[in-house]
Design a protein around this ligand. Sequence first.
Ligand SMILES: Nc1ncnc2c1ncn2[C@@H]1O[C@H](COP(=O)(O)OP(=O)(O)OP(=O)(O)O)[C@@H](O)[C@H]1O
Length: 270
Amino acid sequence: MIREPVSVLAAAPPAIEVLSAHKTYPNGTVALQPVDLTVQEGEFVTLLGPSGCGKSTLLKMVAGLLEPTDGRLLLWRKPVAQLEETKRRMAFVFQSPTLMPRASVEANVRLPLDGRRRAQRGRRPGRRCARPRGPQEVCQGAARALSGGMQMRVSIARSLVVQPNLLLMDEPFGALDEITRHKLDSDLLDLWRAKKLTVVFVTHSIHEAVFLSTRVIMMAARPGRIVEEVVIDEPYPRKPDFMVTPRFAEYARHLQESLLRASQETEEVQ
Ligand SMILES: Nc1ncnc2c1ncn2[C@@H]1O[C@H](COP(=O)(O)OP(=O)(O)OP(=O)(O)O)[C@@H](O)[C@H]1O
């Protein structure tokens, strides 16, 4: 079950190619040693690993938010940094919903559209689809009145308003309680399938990684590197009862051991 290609995705073109990309921050911290990673279009890939192993650094380099010290990052076979068009096809979701607290839910969701030229806007989703689904009073109400889970839903709705093909998510549900997190995980999988997105997702939760992913990338720290890839060879749609199956337990146990090894390696070099 481990390391086998997912046949349906093997033929898909690569959405992301990380080619010997590494990152040393200006203070000398080697956040990532040269990393190679290919993500096929339509995959749901999760980055897992101990704190400080470079998950966020890798994700931000893919997003073009950070320059690699050396190496290359391609999206749809083109350099990340060069393409305006590439940027339009990608959205980034942070752990904090980063909403405008006093503005309405609708204004928050529409925010990415407001910066765009009018002509562009015409080709993008119109008012109707930019408006979040939900009761009118919720759409018109201030974002600060929402629960943490609802704020994260608004944050995700805002990221989708530009109709991205690629969603990069840095621990988006890390601050939520377990029940809300499970609900949002399920909703995210529905979105991923309905919109045929490619997702790269960072989490500290093994269970979340197994539940969501087509593939889990295990990383270790000091320096940050990829130490293992595990294909979660389980059909979608995945329902919550997948989490109580022996197969789920086996994946979780395998990743738990792998994470333990990665953490021990990290401690040994500290
Ligand atoms: N701007 C920066 N300047 C210097 N060092 C940094 C910077 N950002 C991150 N680092 C360091 O780079 C390494 C990788 O950090 P990164 O945030 O990518 O790891 P992570 O796996 O996402 O961690 P966590 O799980 O704790 O969020 C860490 O040692 C971190 O302290």
